[in-house]
Design a protein around this ligand. Structure first.
Ligand code: SF4
Length: 368
């Protein structure tokens, strides 16, 4: 049994119908208890909850401070390679885009790491395109081994792997894996992912199962907001989270909310989400789950990030470069997407201080 079977017990159109049928009474019921359940979650992300956004935000703020205090963990992505065998229609790194391709070597990785470390970061997210030869298991293992002495936590957002491969990376010092399903709409998934290994919906969907079996510390989930109706995709993320927590209770979980951004492919979102709707989603997740990490990246504009971070968020990237070599090596590689919040990590930290929040550069240290 994996999440694939669980997902197959749900019908996209029925979930959609049930979310859009929620009314004021359903929202009030969802707001009357914490934590709410998956049925309540439908009400909280439905159009019927829009007039209750202020109430949701206040509840979410209280629940977040209860568990996390006034802290935000900061991290930075280090792009190691923009080679990719997939051709996702919304991504600048797509195999089909004729761009400069780069994979950092050991020396370049360490130069980039030094620049990131100098900014104060202790949490590092390694990112690559999905390319077996350029950025496969041995390359990633080597990168983690190189970087582990310099950072307390190393996470990756790379190609999905088998359980035994994850076990090797955990052994090398891997802390967390972020793997986004992009969309849970099984029939339409291949419209966006027509070729390469990523075209295998089931293999990608079962990746968090394999991570749980490998005993990873933290698993990051999400969907790419803008492909399909975000309400149904977001509900499926919540279903996925609930399933995983039940089956792999030793792992922690993180949810991200990537919205489609302009990129080299020029893909336009099929359905946009408004800022206030994204806030609604963030608050709904907090009311569903008080333990989960909620993360907001530099894809989002500074004003939005500054306005909503207190209302459920617990982790933020800062000073991000989304091209390999972006911090120090300065290759000619193209960025994966345009960063919206261009502020330096120190500027983000200052903003947090002004709001009486603490920036957490180092969460905890694993005794090695
Ligand atoms: S989204 Fe990921 S897998 Fe798809 S083309 Fe971009 S880098 Fe490759």
């Amino acid at each position: 049994m994996s999440f694939f079977e669980t997902l197959n017990q749900t019908i996209w159109d029925s979930v959609k119908e049930s979310i859009y049928a929620k009314n004021e009474q359903d929202v009030l019921k969802a707001l009357s208890h914490t934590p709410c359940n998956l049925e309540d979650f439908k009400a909280l992300i439905s159009p019927a909850a829009a007039p209750f956004l202020e109430e949701m935000a206040q509840k979410s703020l209280v629940e977040t401070q209860k568990r996390f205090g006034k802290t935000i963990q900061l991290y930075a992505p280090l792009y190691l390679s923009n080679y990719c065998s997939n051709s996702c229609v919304y991504c600048g790194f797509s195999h089909k885009n004729n761009i400069e391709r780069v994979t950092l070597n050991d020396k370049q990785i360490l130069e980039e790491a030094k620049a990131i470390k100098k900014m104060g970061f202790e949490h590092l997210l390694l990112v690559t395109g999905e390319h077996q030869k350029e950025a496969g298991l041995s390359y990633l293992k080597r990168a983690i081994e190189l970087l582990r002495p310099h950072f307390v936590q190393i996470s990756v957002e790379v190609q999905p792997m088998d359980t035994k491969d994850y076990e090797q990376l955990i052994q090398a010092g891997l802390h967390a894996v972020f793997v986004y399903q992009e969309t849970y709409h099984q029939e339409n998934y291949n419209k966006y992912h027509p070729a390469g290994k990523k075209a295998d919906f089931r293999y990608r969907l079962e990746t968090p199962d394999r991570l749980g079996k490998a005993g990873i510390h933290k698993i990051g989930l999400g969907c790419l907001i803008g492909l399909e109706d975000w309400r149904i995709d977001i509900w499926n993320v919540a279903l996925h989270l609930t399933y995983l927590e039940k089956h792999y209770w030793k792992s922690r979980y993180s949810i991200s909310f990537p919205r489609l951004r302009p990129n080299a492919g020029g893909f336009q979102p099929n359905m946009e989400i408004l800022d206030k709707e994204l806030l609604q989603v963030i608050c709904a997740f907090r009311l569903l789950n008080q333990e989960v990490e909620l993360s907001l990246s530099t894809r989002e504009a500074p004003t939005f990030r500054d306005n909503v971070f207190k209302l459920g968020i617990t982790a933020m990237s800062a000073g991000s470069k989304t091209e390999p070599g972006g911090y120090a090596v300065h290759t000619k590689a193209l960025e994966q997407f345009e960063v919206s919040d261009q502020r330096s990590p120190q500027e983000v930290e200052n903003m947090l201080h002004q709001n009486k929040y603490e920036a957490v550069w180092k969460d905890w240290d694993k005794f090695m």
